[in-house]
Design a protein around this ligand. Structure first.
Ligand code: 8ID
Ligand code: ZN
Length: 349
């Protein structure tokens, strides 16, 4: 039975705080499903939303969250390929128009009408969440809902970013912010893709974790006297990594990567620190023929592929679980940069 009320974490004004309270359960429209969210990952994007870090307004009041894994409990009349009881995931792209030129060419994240879970529509920090059926992530029944939650944003995003970098098996990739949520999953996807991994982050806990996840090298940004030299030195021939995946929440590395990326290499910006700019020296960028690009979540096919890597047992990234009621504690740790891997919230607590 679907209750009329449920627990949720709600923000009423930009800047927070989040308020744990009961709110009504919504009914799905004709092209929507209602998912009983069991677990949701907590992404740094959720904290950017609370803090109003980006030049894009959220809805208010807002239920955040966009890494929700659960069970379909209701669906609209137009939804024919999903059954009640199926496992479903709510990801950042909650829905898109499916008709614009971007949607037609499988660039749904670029759709100007895209609905963003936990940002422009209510997200997964509640027990029952609405998603457009077309974009609901299909989760195979054999998957553990708690462990797969972080795949639904962090996993999809870094999988797509690695593909966008053009890096190939046997080549090297630097992951900047490797000890965080996206970074820890990036280590696992990069390992599964057969890449040589240079993890960049701070502190021994994150060094040990990234090594366990498959990184061959670690550069500690809090200790290194020369990041550019240290990253280059970690590659076989000293010429730098073929690709750089930027998932840090800090402007500095976005202004360093072009200096250590290998000639012909690609820098992929994924992290979204407030007010930050990319910077690269024109001379070296030209004579090294480097590529600098952005990468934004993934389309429905990328999502299915990222989930399939998980289903096959290739992706095992560390997470800690706490109750949905403790979300503020997670935000505090995240703000301090103290989370190695991901936090997942259990919506029943
Ligand atoms: O589609 C997208 N582009 C997308 C999707 C999902 C998330 C973008 N994001 C963005 C988030 O909004 C956020 O800005 O990616 C960023 C990373 O999200 P996250 O992984 O959820 O954040 P985290 O767990 O806090 O990890 C950040 C890590 O960066 C490290 C921190 O130590 C932490 O481990 N870091 C920092 I801050 N400065 C660093 C530096 N100078 C650094 N690592 C290396 N060098
Ligand atoms: Zn996210």
């Amino acid at each position: 039975d679907i209750p009329k009320e449920q627990w949720a974490q709600v923000i009423h004004k930009t800047g927070g705080p989040v308020e744990y309270k009961k709110i009504p359960v919504q009914k799905p429209g004709p092209d929507e499903v209602l998912i009983n969210i069991k677990y949701s990952g907590v992404c740094h994007t959720d904290l950017h939303a609370v803090n109003g870090d980006w030049p894009l307004a959220t809805k208010l009041p807002l239920v955040g969250g966009h890494e929700g894994a659960g069970v379909v409990v209701a669906k609209g009349d137009l939804v024919t390929d999903i059954e009640i009881g199926d496992y479903g995931g709510v990801k950042w792209i909650n829905g898109s128009c499916l008709q614009c030129s971007f949607c037609q060419q499988a660039d749904e994240p670029l759709c100007s009408q895209a609905l963003l879970s936990g940002y422009t529509v209510d997200g997964t920090f509640q027990q029952y969440c609405i998603a457009k059926a077309a974009h609901m992530a299909r989760i195979p029944k054999e998957c553990d809902l708690e462990a797969i939650a972080p795949v639904l944003c962090a996993g999809i995003t870094v999988y797509k970013g690695l593909k966008e970098s053009g890096v190939r098996p046997g080549q090297s990739v630097a992951i900047v912010g490797a000890g965080g949520g996206l970074g820890s999953l990036a280590c696992q996807y990069a390992k599964a893709m057969g890449l040589d991994i240079i993890a960049i982050d701070g502190g021994d806990e994150k060094r040990d974790m990234t090594k366990k996840l498959g990184a061959q090298h670690f550069v500690d940004f809090t200790k290194s006297k020369n990041i550019v030299n240290d990253v280059k030195a970690a590659t076989e021939d000293g010429l730098g990594p073929h690709a750089v995946i930027l998932v840090a929440v800090n402007e500095k590395p976005f202004q360093q990567a072009a200096e250590y990326v290998r000639p012909r290499g690609t820098v992929v910006a994924i992290g979204l620190p407030a007010g930050a700019y990319l910077r690269a020296p024109v001379f070296e960028s030209v004579i090294k023929m480097i590529t600098i690009k952005g990468s934004y979540v993934g389309n429905r096919k990328d999502s299915a592929e990222a989930i399939e890597f998980f289903r096959r047992g290739l992706i095992k990234a560390p997470y800690k679980t706490c109750g949905l009621s403790e979300l503020q504690k997670v935000y505090d740790l995240m703000h301090e940069g103290k989370i190695a891997g991901r936090y997942v919230v259990d919506t029943s607590k």
